[in-house]
Design a protein around this ligand. Sequence first.
Ligand code: CAA
Ligand code: NAD
Length: 292
Amino acid sequence: MTIARIGVIGAGQMGAGIAHVAALAGKDVVLADVSVDLAGKGLAVVRKNLARQVEKGKVAAEAAEAALARIVPSGDVADFAGADLVVEAIVENEGVKRELFARLDGILKPGAILASNTSSISITRLGAATKRPENVIGMHFMNPVPVMQLVEVIRGIATSDETAGAVVAAAKEMGKVPVECRDFPGFVSNRVLMPMINEAVFAVHEGVATPEAVDTIMKLGMNHPMGPLTLADFIGLDTCLAILRVLHQGLGDDKYRPCPLLVQMVDAGWMGKKAGRGFHRYSAPGGEKVPA
Ligand code: CAA
Ligand code: NAD
């Protein structure tokens, strides 16, 4: 199956990045959100990131312009009717995703692939919300999408070889390295990453060290590009908490219990960089880190 037309639903940090790499790979993209205004905000992020790549000589100016022209913002999923592949990148909530998958199933043409960028949620259960579970798959990009090489590819129990083959080929066309894994909570990436982030939060919660100290220890001591709490802020603390809850419930082991401090920060609306406040402070929502 050839994938030429892609729909992306959810124009937040991940959806904008997915639209970016798909359009640069020559795909026609419809980028949708709950309103066309929000989709337009996602498109503005793509424009800014493409301009940065042009400035750094990574992408030719004409290629960036052509990519931008291939992305159409939308507030209506009916615009996905002609898509060969839809990548869902909305909030990390199973109920909301299942409802959307059922709706998209009624809109997409027969055989079109419905992929989720979920960080942790069962692909098998998302597939069961549709009448096309053989065409449902996990296509898990990493943040920031234009920079990170990996796409974790997750087959649900019913996903066909044809669907997996088409998604692996599309990921490669976008310049990514696809790696397949099985459909278990958090897959591999977040089953390994989130316990480290959660442990870093416990270290702060128990007064072992400040967020700054925890991050510096892991950056300079382990050569991580970002400390775990800066990374948690970057991912979004709401997303980290949602993933930990899926791990805790799905694997049934208390070692995945979310730290109470993480729960409290999400309750306060301190979602990390996108909110302007998390373990660190930012100049504005999505802005630069500033001293506390
Ligand atoms: N979009 C596009 N390009 C971006 C970008 C963005 N949002 N953010 C940074 N970049 C680019 C920069 O332009 C720069 O490009 P060049 O190399 O061409 O100059 C490059 O990335 C490096 O950026 P900086 O020099 O500004 O900053 P840095 O060296 O600190 O790198 C980083 C930034 C790449 C984000 C790096 O800190 C890093 O790798 N952090 C860890 C990221 C990570 O672990 N991601 C996975 C998160 S978990 C996940 O995604 C799964 C999940 O389900 C939660
Ligand atoms: P985000 O909060 O930046 O964006 C989510 C977007 O989805 C928002 O623009 C919101 O308006 C939109 N949305 C919510 N419900 C919707 C609906 N019913 N229909 C249409 N649009 C809707 O979130 P994000 O960080 O981009 O995460 C999106 C998905 O990607 C989540 O499943 C998350 O787990 C996954 N993911 C996140 C990261 C990360 O580092 N943040 C990495 C990999 C995967």
